[in-house]
Design a protein around this ligand. Structure first.
Ligand code: URA
Ligand code: CA
Length: 432
C-alpha cells in the first residue's frame, strides 16, 4: 500500500477502506508516513468529507494508536461528559458531584486547559491542597466507594490525535467535521467511557460558530458512538455569551458551590439538569429523563450533592471547609467595577472576547508553561436580555494588578447595550 494512492483516492472523492485508514494512522504515528503526506490527506478530507463508516474506522484506528484506560474494575456503567468548550464553563464542577450523589460512577481523567480559563483540573486546584495525584488502585477504590474521583492524565492516550491535531493546527485543516469528531470521540473512548454525553456549544465563544455546523458535528459524534458500541447523546447549547456569571478558576469554584446550594445562575443550573439527566439515564439509574431529573433535583435540594462535593474535595486532599467558607479560596488583590455607559438592555456579551479579557487578567494560559492566577477573572452582573441603567455595574473585574485599561477597553468593545434584546435560548437541540 502506498500513501500517495490513499491521498489521491480521497482527493478524487472516494471513500477509503478500513485497511487504508489503519495504514495511514499506524504509519503516521510510527513515522513512516511523513507530515507533508498527512497534511495532504487531512486537507483532502477537509474538502471531500468522509462517510460515517470511514469516520468510525478512523476513530477506532486512533484509539488503537496508544494506551487505553480499563475501567472494568469500577462497578456500573461509566458515563463521561464532554463539552466542545466554552467561556466560564463551570458545568463539570457541579455535574460531577451531583450525579455521583445519586450513585452514578464518575471516574474522570482530566487534563489542563489552554485558552480562556483553565481546564477542570486547574479550577479544582485553586482549592487549597486539592490534588489529582493518586495510584490507579486508589482511583478505582474511591470511585467504587464514593462514586467520584478525578485523576490526572496517565499513559499515552491517542498519540495519533496529538500528532494530527498539531499538524492540522498549522496546515489549515482544524475545521473539518470528520477530523474534529474522531479527535474528540477517540479520546473519550480511550479514557474508558461506556457511554458519552456531549455538549456541543455554538456561538462566538465556541468552536462551532453556527447551529448548522454544531448539529452536523453532534450527529457525526453520535454516529461514531453507535458504530463503536458506546451510547452517545448530544445537547447543542448556546455559547454566544459566557455560561453563568463567573469566568475564572476560583471564581468558578465559588459559582459551583453556590449552584450546589441551589443559589446558582439559572442557565448553569438548567444545563446541569439537562446534561445530568442524560448521564443518569445512560448509566441505568433512571427509567427515563423525567425521573432522572427529579432524582437530581431532589439530591440538590436535600443537600446530597453539596455533601458529595465536600467529600470529593476531602478525598483529594483539599480543604472541604472552603465549601462553607468560599472566601478562603484564592482572591485577586483588586475588584474593579465596570459601569454601564448608557441605560438599556444588554444585547451582546461576546463570549470569546470576554474569555480573552479573563485570560489577560491571568485566569488562563496562552502557552502551556504559563502559570494561572487562580483568584483572577470576571463576574458578570448582567446577562443578555437584562435591563441596566447608566452607571450601574455590568461586571466586576478581579485583578492582581490595578492596571486594567486594556481589559476595560476590550470589555466595553464587546458588550452591547440596546433598546431591546431577547434572552438567547440555552438549549438549541438534542441529538440522540
Ligand atoms: N477539540 C478536539 O479535541 N479536537 C479537535 O479536532 C477540535 C477540537
Ligand atoms: Ca461560569
Amino acid at each position: 500500500m502506498r500513501m500517495v494512492d490513499i491521498i489521491t483516492k480521497k482527493r478524487d472523492g472516494f471513500a477509503l477502506n478500513p485497511e487504508e485508514i489503519r495504514f495511514f494512522i499506524e504509519g503516521y504515528v510510527s513515522g513512516s508516513i511523513l507530515d507533508y503526506q498527512a497534511s495532504a490527506l487531512t486537507m483532502a478530507i477537509y474538502f471531500r468529507d468522509m462517510t460515517d463508516l470511514e469516520i468510525a474506522e478512523l476513530t477506532r484506528a486512533m484509539v488503537n494508536s496508544g494506551d487505553t484506560v480499563d475501567l472494568s474494575a469500577i462497578d456500573g456503567i461509566k458515563v463521561d461528559k464532554h463539552s466542545t468548550g466554552g467561556v466560564g464553563d463551570t458545568t463539570t464542577l457541579v455535574l460531577a458531584p451531583l450525579v455521583a450523589s445519586i450513585g452514578v460512577p464518575v471516574a474522570k481523567m482530566s487534563g489542563r486547559g489552554l485558552g480562556f480559563t483553565g481546564g477542570t483540573i486547574d479550577k479544582l486546584e485553586s482549592i487549597p491542597g486539592f490534588s489529582v495525584e493518586m495510584s490507579s488502585d486508589q482511583f478505582v477504590k474511591r470511585v467504587n466507594r464514593d462514586h467520584i474521583a478525578v485523576i490526572g492524565q496517565t499513559g499515552d492516550l491517542v498519540p495519533a490525535d496529538k500528532k494530527l491535531y498539531a499538524l492540522r493546527d498549522v496546515s489549515g485543516s482544524v475545521e473539518s467535521i470528520p477530523l474534529i469528531a474522531s479527535s474528540i470521540m477517540s479520546k473519550k473512548i480511550a479514557a474508558g467511557a461506556d457511554a458519552i454525553v456531549l455538549e456541543v456549544t455554538c456561538g462566538d465563544g465556541a468552536f462551532m460558530k453556527n447551529e448548522k455546523d454544531a448539529i452536523r458535528l453532534a450527529e457525526t459524534m453520535v454516529q461514531i458512538g453507535r458504530h463503536v458500541g458506546r451510547k452517545t447523546s448530544a445537547v447543542i447549547t448556546d455559547m454566544s455569551q459566557p455560561l453563568g456569571f463567573a469566568i475564572g478558576n476560583a471564581l468558578e469554584v465559588k459559582e459551583a458551590i453556590d449552584t450546589l446550594q441551589g443559589k446558582g445562575p439559572s442557565d448553569l443550573e438548567e444545563l446541569v439538569y439537562e446534561l445530568g439527566s442524560r448521564m443518569v439515564t445512560l448509566a441505568g439509574k433512571a427509567p427515563n429523563l423525567d425521573d432522572a431529573r427529579k432524582q437530581l433535583e431532589q439530591a440538590l435540594k436535600q443537600g446530597l450533592a453539596f455533601a458529595k462535593f465536600k467529600q470529593f474535595i476531602e478525598n483529594q486532599g483539599g480543604d472541604p471547609s472552603v465549601a462553607d467558607h468560599p472566601e478562603q479560596l484564592p482572591q485577586a488583590d483588586f475588584q474593579i467595577e465596570l459601569p454601564a455607559k448608557v441605560s438599556g438592555v444588554v444585547a451582546a456579551l461576546k463570549a470569546d472576547q470576554i474569555g480573552l479579557a479573563a485570560m489577560l487578567l491571568g485566569a488562563g494560559r496562552s502557552t502551556k508553561d504559563d502559570t494561572i492566577n487562580y483568584g483572577t477573572g470576571i463576574v458578570l452582573h448582567k446577562k443578555v436580555g437584562d435591563s441596566v441603567v447608566k452607571g450601574e455595574s455590568l461586571l466586576t473585574i478581579h485583578s492582581d494588578s490595578k492596571q486594567v485599561d486594556q481589559v476595560v477597553r476590550k470589555l466595553y468593545q464587546n458588550i452591547t447595550i440596546a433598546e431591546r434584546a431577547d434572552r438567547p435560548k440555552l438549549i438549541h437541540q438534542i441529538i440522540n
